[in-house]
Design a protein around this ligand. Structure first.
Ligand code: FNR
Ligand code: XEN
Length: 356
């Protein structure tokens, strides 16, 4: 089986190793446009040796932002700042990926460092949209229930954003169908109470995601990989299950999706999440084995030996680092040293003396 520092190829794209930086909102965009913060943040992690850098949840329309500081690709003028970052990432050997997202009923909140609370329309926020008028927090006002015509418009917004992502130089696209945001909220019976073609049965609850994926795959080039991040379970009785995720992964694979990024939770504040070292790895393992599709494992993967074991034992094809990569942008190079694979992750020439 492969090693953490073996390359990995999907379609026409090869990663230099099996380590990716998980998408992480920075809430530091201006009108959806990336800033120098993003250049330094993402750029440092490319210099640090990661094979794949997934740019944060990027909203396909303004209502799809979690906060006013979220990244966006709803306008052509949001392309260039991302393109500049991607030129840098590529020049340091990383593949640039982006996560296209819509926050659904969890939209219109303050940035975490401003308290993270709901921002009403009267204070510069907006009315969140959702499959059903069921708020995430029981005391919040109900979100707007999307009509079938509005769903078609939103699918168009994902497609247009995917075209812009291509123009910005991304080589890997991920659709965000996790953490209680719009796509996941269609999957879960906890948030989807619809009685039309988009609610009720498994077929109906997964229709929005499958239709959107099909439409995006049509415009996303054949040579480039398409991934979907799923919350593989709601960790809550009566919610979305791992078995449903495996079946959805099979159907996504048949639509031309290449990899499932296996996360969990976020759909209900009442979830009982068994958080602990590598707690979501079994989800990636089950999806990979039972749906026959490549997976990424994420969630409390912090140690080089732990990450290497996941790849070596075929439990996932990639490992994604979240907070460990925030703490240490050089995690991949440090891991290479710890695993005796120094040559697999050479430093940039400017830093050579630090490793002599
Ligand atoms: C996240 N996470 C996240 N997930 C996602 O799918 N899109 C996103 O934009 C974000 N944003 C985000 C911001 C910040 C500050 C954190 C810490 C996390 C979740 C993240 O990608 C990852 O799945 C989790 O953090 C679990 O991995 P770690 O941190 O345990 O390695
Ligand atoms: C259920 C874990 C969710 C972690 N976060 C995910 C975000 C942003 C906030 C933190 C996301 O997916 N955009």
């Amino acid at each position: 089986m492969p090693h953490l520092f073996d390359s990995f190829t999907l379609r026409g794209v090869t990663l230099r190793n099996r380590i990716g930086v998980s998408p992480m909102c920075q809430y530091s965009s201006e009108d959806g446009r990336a800033t120098d913060w993003h250049l330094v943040h993402l750029g440092a992690r490319a210099v640090g040796g990661a094979g794949l850098i997934i740019c944060e949840a990027t909203a396909v329309e303004p209502r799809g932002r979690i906060t006013p500081g979220d990244a966006g690709l709803w306008c052509d003028d949001q392309v260039e700042t991302l393109a500049r970052i991607n030129r840098f990432l590529r020049s340091h050997g990383a593949v640039a990926a982006i996560q296209l997202a819509h926050a659904g009923r969890k939209a219109s909140t303050a940035r975490p460092w401003e308290g993270g609370g709901r921002v009403p329309a009267s204070a510069g926020g907006w009315t969140p949209v959702a499959p059903s008028p069921v708020p995430f927090h029981p005391d919040d006002p109900p979100p707007h229930e999307l009509t079938a015509a509005e769903l078609a418009e939103l699918q168009g917004a994902f497609v247009t954003a995917a075209r812009r992502a291509l123009a910005a130089g991304y080589e890997w696209l991920e659709l965000h169908a996790a953490h209680g945001y719009l796509m996941h909220s269609f999957h879960s019976p906890l948030s989807n109470r619809r009685t039309d073609a988009y609610g009720g049965s498994f077929e109906n609850r997964t229709r929005f995601t499958l239709e959107t994926t099909r439409a995006v795959r049509r415009v996303w080039p054949e040579r480039l990989p398409l991934a979907v991040r799923l919350s593989c379970t709601d960790w809550y009785d009566g919610g979305w299950t791992l078995e449903e995720s495996v079946e959805l992964a099979r159907r996504l694979r048949d639509e031309g999706v290449d990899l499932i990024d296996c996360s969990s939770g976020g759909g209900t504040p009442h979830a009982r999440v068994p958080a602990g070292a590598g707690f979501q790895v079994p989800l990636a393992e089950a999806v990979r084995r039972d749906a026959g599709i490549a997976t990424a494992a994420v969630g409390l993967i912090t140690e080089p030996m732990q990450a290497d074991e996941i790849v070596r034992n075929g439990r996932a094809d990639l490992v994604l680092l979240g907070r460990a990569a925030l703490r240490n942008p050089h995690w991949p190079r440090d891991a290479a040293r710890a695993l005796g694979a120094t040559a697999a992750c050479p430093p940039p020439v400017q830093y050579a003396r630090a490793y002599a």
